[in-house]
Write a protein that binds this ligand. Sequence first.
Ligand code: TXA
Ligand code: MG
Length: 336
Amino acid sequence: MKTLLLGADGIDIAADIIRRGGIVGMPTETVYGLAASAFDTEAVAHIFEAKGRPQDNPLIVHIAEIGTLETLCAEVPEAARRIAERFWPGPLTMVFKKKPVVPDRVTAGMDTVAVRFTAHPVAQELIRKSGVPIAAPSANVSGYPSPTTAAHVMRDLDGKIDACIDGGECDCGVESTVVSMVGRPRLLRPGSVTLEQLSEIVPDITVDKAIRGEIADTERVSAPGMKYRHYAPSAPVVAVCGEASASAGYIASVMKDGELCICYDEFAGLFAGRPCVAYGSAKDKKALAHGVFSALREADRLSPSKIYVQCPDDGGVGLAVANRIKKAAGFNVVNV
Ligand code: TXA
Ligand code: MG
């Protein structure tokens, strides 16, 4: 199939494709998504096919007005309403008990549905014009880093999807924060809406253990996506955690010919003459979130034999950045 690359003025065409059962790459404030009508099970099946996504990994349903929430969810607790008021539209997904109208194909047979009210104007307009809620995972080949530009989407999925809307670079750079609102609030995936921010509204929030550590294949996980090696270039990745100059010094001392370092901007000079990709300032975790996936893709393009990554601490958006790096590393972590 020929994949149409559309500009932001191509939303009408993209909405038409979605209404006819096609699948479209769309920009959001987090990462690019691969969009289909959430009510069209055949189109949703095509999403899984195009990505090579495991069948047991459910999709997020994207909405463009708060009223749609009631049509999808059987129960919306009071705490969820408070979170929605503060963070929606935005980079946050909440999981609820689903209504029968949400197809099993979308939720991978779970009795819950993940819903996100995106803030991106192009995504919002696409949802409105399509006239349906939009099921969309990240628009990457399964297991590969999430796409933060239309060029990333095309590199992964050209010829496998009907179209992609180019809305420029994504603002956040890491996928949405996912919180289960079934029972006690639980953080399933960290993102740009931070644990600290959520704790102000729901102080009893807990953190899923899959976020900081590896989980065995046999263990049950709350967000099925958490159990796969993810965001991973072909080369083995090592996450190096600790104070910025210490982690840079460690990497400089162990790095061999043919290996590459993904470092903070401040240390690019230290690695001059060696393969190195800088992904943002050590002092600016938002910049690190913005740059991390692009850096992993760029590192992969240079086909090194090993990739070392300077990994921030868990404070604020650091929890999300560190989680993506550790997952890319298959939890091969060095603490310095
Ligand atoms: O920022 C984002 O969330 C992007 C953009 C496109 O919206 N989407 C995204 O989708 O990252 P995806 O499919 O790559 O990741 C969705 C995560 C997976 O870990 C999945 O297992 C989890 O959300 N998830 C989806 N439905 C769920 C449910 N009913 N219960 C628990 N976890 C769920
Ligand atoms: Mg994904």
